[in-house]
Design a protein. Structure first.
Length: 189
């Protein structure tokens, strides 16, 4: 538990920057809905069709988990270069904004959107933000080694990133996948 507390405290500014980028993406996606929905709707529907397997909740959990593990790994690795991860976070937020607006346009109330996202989002979103922050901290340590040699600073941050991934990010993603299928999905039906 101490590692989690220390990691979040030490990463707080990077986590906040990541969250701001994701939130800006949500707002921009919702605002851009009318201009992009015709092009994105087939992609969104196909993505949901590939993930959500009717009648097989455990397969759906596995699909969600694999997709989120892949996404969190990508943002952590690209976090070393900082800008690509911020772009990925913005893009994911953009899609969330589009999907939320799509749900509203199709008659879902705000309560359905809230209950469709929040139960699993309280685990999934921090996991992605922690993964991206861990990766960006590796990149930042190469730029600002803080009194250590660059090799030692980067090496220390890589060790921290791996520890954060396996002790914080991965468990949160497992919980999020189960909650998304067994709680969120049922709350919006």
């Amino acid at each position: 538990m101490k590692f989690l507390k220390d990691f979040v405290y030490d990463s707080r500014w990077v986590i906040l920057a990541s969250l701001a980028c994701f939130a800006f993406g949500i707002a921009f996606g919702a605002a851009s809905y009318g201009r992009v929905i015709d092009k994105l709707l087939p992609v969104i529907e196909e993505t949901f069709r590939d993930i959500m397997i009717d009648g097989n909740d455990l397969q759906t959990v596995a699909n969600i988990l694999v997709r989120n593990v892949w996404a969190s790994t990508v943002v952590m690795i690209f976090g070393v270069f900082i800008a690509p991860t911020l772009l990925i976070l913005f893009s994911n937020g953009f899609i969330v904004g589009i999907v939320a607006r799509l749900a509203l346009e199709r008659g879902a109330g705000l309560h359905k959107i809230f209950f469709g996202v929040v139960p699993h989002g309280i685990f999934e979103i921090p996991a992605i933000l922690f993964a991206s922050s861990a990766g960006m901290r590796v990149g930042l340590s190469a730029i600002f080694p803080g009194g250590k040699s660059r090799i030692n600073a980067v090496s220390d941050r890589i060790k921290e990133a791996m520890a954060a991934y396996f002790t914080i990010v991965l468990p949160l993603l497992v919980i999020a996948a189960f909650v998304e299928v067994f709680v969120s999905k049922r709350m919006i039906q």
